[in-house]
Ligand binder design. Structure first.
Ligand SMILES: [Cu+2]
Length: 767
């Protein structure tokens, strides 16, 4: 049933792609497919760069913040080589912490790949390290730190590998025109470690800043109350296309820039790398169509589109033209969440702007998610019906595609909605041609030799938004060994995205083929953006020995465990004397403990909680301190382990301590007629917490003194953008109702009624 709906949807979408193919600049249908050009490189020169990595302070927003500059600049300097050169890059680490540099998209000896604890040990503070490797390819690439969160705070730069002039693949009008490297990135004033911690704690401050809370009040106003209830019934938090609020978006380190050296009639090649830690960017051009000529450093048959989205860590080479005299045309770079943008004006004179991308229709996205999500937390399996970005599910949220006004029909029926989208196409939107992976075509035959040694692997991308655990096959890196691969073996990997977010999956050391409709001319890439519910197949020949990282390039997903290692052959890496120990360290780094704490300072008492958690474990303490002995003091400590992919179940053991001076008065019985005889009680317990539909926690606990307690609790019910509701009720006949108004990232005004302590109001501080 549902499948047919998606197929209808797919047909509607492919309509616009058929159009796109017509736009293809060079039709190669009748041409013989050229074999992949063989590399017969005569030795070039050695090109040396010195990179001085240093702590610095930057001011993007009016506040001075810590960042890392290389040779005094952010982004890092553009490194340029010509195919056949030998690169020699001398890194001077002038910081008090370790660092590393990864050459993204480059094929090189494993020990030069720059992944600490996998291909080398981190470059020690105040030391020098030299990377040296032959350049055996051309194209637009980039480089970045692979240590901790350094990439987020400045350690990214363009890496341009030029073709030789006598290269048989040299393309007139593409390889001989002016080329400008553009590296896209984002900036947050928050320390990225804190960002990561906040994501794990499902802190919704970023949602508030982005105005994407998707609260009950907003839902009602937009006629989407039912959508919101269904969403919470399916135990989902508000859905966004990206996780983090950023203060600035940057092109080569600036929000705005002009390339005034170009004039009317010029063709300009832009070598764009997405060096953002977690942002996808839409690329739009005010001067007409965009000609796509390469992707991830590999040439593709030139192709005309209106816009494209560049995934985290992808590169695209595009050619734009300047149509009119005395005009400069905006290249508009918009993050997927459309909160802000960055621009570069190409040409000289009056600025011709591109229309800003309208705000996302979040509730339409929520409705779509509801439809895609099964009650058990799995995404519906669409098989190969959804792949290669052909059908952008997020399009229901794009007003420029589906119309500005929210539809009045709120029935959850994708089929109908998409038909309506189609009709609005007829009102002038059906001409927007968006690039997708099925349109990418290599100029060459990229097929791999037929071999017996074919290894098929299926990896399902899994995740848990509520606890921000990202994994493959429901396992984070710290729970798996390296995947052993024989040298020369062909790896064919089927990737299925069963999570709610898109993931830019990056393979180190190799380009892979992305199998699409172009058969032997399937394109070569090293990053595959895979949208929710999509299935894609990639393949490559594992011809270079070593430990190659394969991971989601959203920095915070990688640090949350969405990684694997392909161990090709039995590589002896002189930089890693103790491979096992190093791998253990790498595993630990992607499963760090993070702290959450909050305390409510209220007129009727003081209560709060603190928690330490990693991917599976939770150690938490709650306390309630009255202002007199009648109200008493209480603490509960639980150590538990989350079970299952969705982590809805957590068995735990606990310790409770309570003191209350009842002055000899009769102690209350619980719902089962049990009563605790002591004013002072210290017991051990065992129990489970289970997340029910509507995100209500059900907790059952048995104490060593025989008392049983059942409890229902929900916190952070999003009533309005900033107002949160909470309640709890248990079989000790205790109950609580609370309201909290979030004022800043760390402070809220709160009020609650508690059956023990009565009414209170105060300030809640959270870390
Ligand atoms: Cu990811």
């Amino acid at each position: 049933m549902l499948k047919t709906k998606y197929i209808v949807l797919w047909i509607l979408f492919s309509f616009s792609f058929a159009k796109a193919q017509e736009h293809s600049a060079h039709n190669t249908q009748n041409k013989k497919v050229l074999p992949f050009p063989e590399k017969k490189l005569t030795e070039g020169k050695t090109v040396t760069y010195h990179l001085y990595v240093k702590d610095t302070l930057v001011n993007f927003t009016g506040k001075m913040k810590r960042a890392i500059a290389v040779n005094g600049q952010i982004p890092m300097p553009t490194l340029t080589f010509t195919e056949g050169d030998t690169a020699e890059i001398i890194v001077h680490n002038m910081m008090d912490e370790e660092t590393s540099l990864h050459w993204h998209g480059l094929m090189l000896p494993n020990k030069e790949d720059g992944v600490p604890m996998l291909t080398q040990m981190g470059i020690k503070p105040h030391s020098t390290y030299t990377y040296k490797f032959p350049i055996i390819q051309h194209g637009t690439h980039w480089y970045h730190s692979h240590s901790g969160m350094q990439e987020q705070i400045g350690m990214y730069g363009s890496l341009i590998l030029k073709k030789r002039n006598n290269d048989p693949t040299f393309r007139k009008g593409i390889d001989d025109i002016p080329a400008i490297p553009l590296i896209l990135s984002e900036w947050t004033d928050l320390n990225p470690h804190n960002v990561h911690r906040m994501l794990h704690n499902a802190n919704d401050w970023f949602g508030i800043k982005k105005k994407s809370t998707q609260s009950y009040l907003e839902a009602i106003k937009e006629g989407h109350f039912g959508t919101k209830v269904t969403n919470e019934w399916k135990r989902m938090l508000a859905m966004d296309v990206s996780d983090i609020y950023y203060d600035k978006f940057l092109i080569n380190g600036n929000s705005e820039q002009q390339l005034s050296q170009f004039k009317a009639g010029d063709r300009v090649r832009l070598r764009i790398s997405n060096g953002g830690a977690s942002s996808y960017f839409w690329i739009n051009y005010a001067g007409g169509k965009i000609e796509v000529v390469a992707n991830d450093g590999n040439d593709v048959e030139p192709l005309m589109v209106d816009r494209l989205i560049i995934g985290v860590s992808e590169t695209y080479d595009i050619v734009v033209t300047i149509p009119e005299k005395n005009t400069s045309y905006e290249l508009l770079v918009t993050p997927e969440d459309r909160t802000k943008s960055a621009s570069i004006y190409i040409g000289e004179g009056v600025k011709q702007l591109h229309a800003p991308l309208p705000k996302l229709k979040y509730f339409e996205g929520m409705k779509m998610m509801n439809d895609m999500m099964k009650m058990n937390g799995d995404m519906k399996d669409m098989g190969m019906a959804m792949s290669l970005q052909k059908m952008d599910m997020n399009a229901v949220m794009y007003p420029e595609i589906s119309g500005e006004k929210p539809k009045k029909s709120h029935k959850m029926d994708m089929d109908k909605d998409m038909k309506m989208d189609h009709s609005s196409h007829n009102m002038g939107n059906n001409d927007i041609v968006t690039l997708n992976y099925n349109m990418l075509k290599s100029p060459y035959d990229t097929s791999l030799p037929k071999k017996d040694s074919l290894k098929n692997i299926t990896l399902t991308l899994t995740g848990n938004m509520n606890r921000y655990v990202w994994s493959m096959d429901n396992k984070v890196l710290s729970e798996v060994d390296k995947i052993q691969v024989k040298k020369g073996e062909i790896l064919r990997i089927k990737l299925i995205n069963n999570s709610m977010m898109r993931h830019p999956m990056h393979l180190h050391g190799f380009d892979f083929r992305v199998l699409n409709d172009n058969g032997v001319q399937s394109p070569l890439k090293n990053v595959l953006d895979i949208m929710p519910m999509e299935t894609d197949i990639i393949e490559f020949a594992a011809n270079t020995e070593g430990d190659w990282f394969f991971h989601c390039h959203i920095l915070y997903h990688m640090m949350a465990g969405m990684n694997r290692v392909f161990a090709v052959g039995d590589y002896q890496n002189p930089e890693i004397p103790d491979k096992e120990k190093a791998y253990k360290m790498l595993q630990d780094e992607s499963n760090e403990w993070h702290l959450m704490a909050e305390n409510d300072f209220a007129t009727n008492g003081n209560d709060g909680q603190a928690m330490l958690q990693n991917a599976r474990w939770s150690i938490g303490t709650e306390w309630r301190l009255g202002y007199n002995s009648m109200h008493g003091y209480e603490t509960e400590t639980h150590i538990g382990r989350y079970i299952g992919k969705m982590q809805w179940l957590m068995p735990f053991i606990g310790f409770d301590w309570r003191y209350r001076n009842s002055h000899g008065s009769e102690l209350e019985k619980n719902l089962f007629g049990q009563k605790s005889k002591k004013d002072q009680r210290a017991t051990l317990s065992a129990g489970v917490v289970y997340t029910l539909p509507m995100l209500i926690d059900f907790q059952a606990e048995v104490f060593t003194d025989g008392i049983v307690r059942l409890q229902l609790r929900r916190e952070d019910i999003p009533l309005t953008q900033r107002l949160r509701g909470a309640f709890s009720v248990n079989t000790d006949k205790e109950y609580m109702l609370g309201l909290k108004y979030i004022v800043t990232r760390n402070a809220s005004l709160s009020t609650h009624y508690d059956s023990d302590m009565g009414w209170g109001a105060g300030i809640t501080l959270a870390y």
